[in-house]
Design a binder for this molecule. Structure first.
Ligand SMILES: *Cc1c(COP(=O)(O)O)cnc(C)c1O
Length: 352
């Protein structure tokens, strides 16, 4: 059966974004491919980037994602960003997945052949060892020959005030100074764009920026391109009269006669329901309003005056007049959330 909605993933946009971010950071990249590569499709993103010279490896958030990544044989290292449970460690190490550790218990549970990246807690308060403990654990791991990397994660790198981020970096550098040289990394996308080259740090982990979406205040730093474009098929077209209501709850009443196209993409596919009554789609370079409440599988679009027919494909968002940031704004949510909520029914295809 044919898919009714499609996400086109641009290989050239991903590769160009990787090159720009790596050059700006002066570091090779660990590409976060957690949550199905931010909704883009793990297999497609790995296929697009696995031979890229600026990509050191890939990062995932769960052991199952690590397993899926390993099955793709990317030919580059995989890092699990969250602590593994002791009973998962041996299997992950056998797949050559680098484990993140941040406690003495985790270090004690490590299989002898596991390679690890030590996570340092510097201000996010999510996971990792505080600096003094990190030095102790790092020395022990280095002595055992298991320490490949040391890293931290920024909590506020996309904000105008970078003082908290510099403080986090200073804490990490204090730990690195006490350890033998290993791979070090800190910057997420906000960090890469706002801090640029960080001397002494080997790698960077930009996620959302690599997929083409810089934080609003950092949009002009690099010409990043959105890697994803969503299109959906028109199911039917019909006219309505003045005073008729559209969709659940009758939230929209037509002030004028118009033609509506029913487009086969709903909140189950990732169109935020909260964007109802606010959203537009781009049609032939023009913004056209979505009418009434967005349904689970479909929404209605004012296509008056245009020759739109069943079977036509409409861009829901992309590089044109309607972008992901617009959709996230209308839905009162973030680009991260819209991308990671793209549904399974949306067919992902890699395009040039
Ligand atoms: C998700 C994640 C990233 C990427 O963050 P972005 O904000 O998408 O750049 C980097 N590092 C860690 C530890 C993460 O969990």
């Amino acid at each position: 059966m044919l898919a009714r909605s499609r996400a086109e993933i641009s290989r050239s946009a991903l590769r160009r974004n990787a090159e720009l971010l790596s050059a700006h950071a002066g570091a090779r990249l660990i590409v976060p491919v957690k949550a199905n590569a931010y909704g883009h499709g793990l297999g497609l993103v790995v296929a697009a980037l696995q031979d890229h010279p600026d990509v050191w490896g890939f990062a995932v958030a769960t052991p199952r994602e690590a397993e899926q990544l390993a099955a793709l044989k990317p030919g580059k290292p995989a890092l699990l960003l969250t602590p593994a449970a002791p009973e998962e460690m041996a299997e992950l190490a056998a797949l050559d997945v680098r484990l993140s550790v941040g406690t003495a218990e985790e270090v004690a549970a490590l299989p002898a052949h596991a390679k690890v990246h030590l996570k340092v807690e510097t201000g996010m308060n999510r996971s990792g060892a505080r600096p003094a403990e990190a030095v102790r654990l790092g020395l022990e791991l280095a002595q055992r020959g298991q320490l490949e990397g040391v890293y931290t994660h920024f909590a506020r790198s996309d904000e105008a005030d970078l003082a908290p981020t510099w403080r986090q970096l200073e804490l990490l550098r204090g730990v690195l100074d006490e350890l033998p040289p290993v791979l070090s990394h800190a910057a997420n996308g906000g960090g890469v764009l706002s801090l640029g080259h960080l001397p002494g740090l080997d790698l960077a982990r930009p996620g959302l920026a690599l997929y083409g979406y810089p934080p609003t205040n950092l949009q002009s730093v690099l010409p990043l391109r959105p890697a994803l474009r969503v299109t959906a098929r028109v199911g039917s077209v019909h006219g309505i009269e003045v005073g008729e209501q559209v969709s659940y709850g009758g939230l929209y009443t037509a002030g004028h006669a118009q033609d509506l196209a029913t487009v086969q993409f709903g909140y189950a596919d990732g169109f935020p329901r909260g964007a109802s009554l606010k959203a537009y789609c781009a049609l032939r370079g023009e913004r056209r309003p979505v009418r009434g409440r967005i349904c689970m599988d479909q929404f209605m679009l004012d296509v008056s005056g245009l020759d739109i027919r069943p079977g036509d494909w409409i861009e829901v968002w992309g590089e044109g007049p309607v972008r992901l940031s617009d959709v996230a704004g209308w839905g009162a949510t973030s680009e991260y959330e819209v991308l990671t909520h793209l549904g399974e029914r949306v067919e992902r295809v890699l395009v040039e």
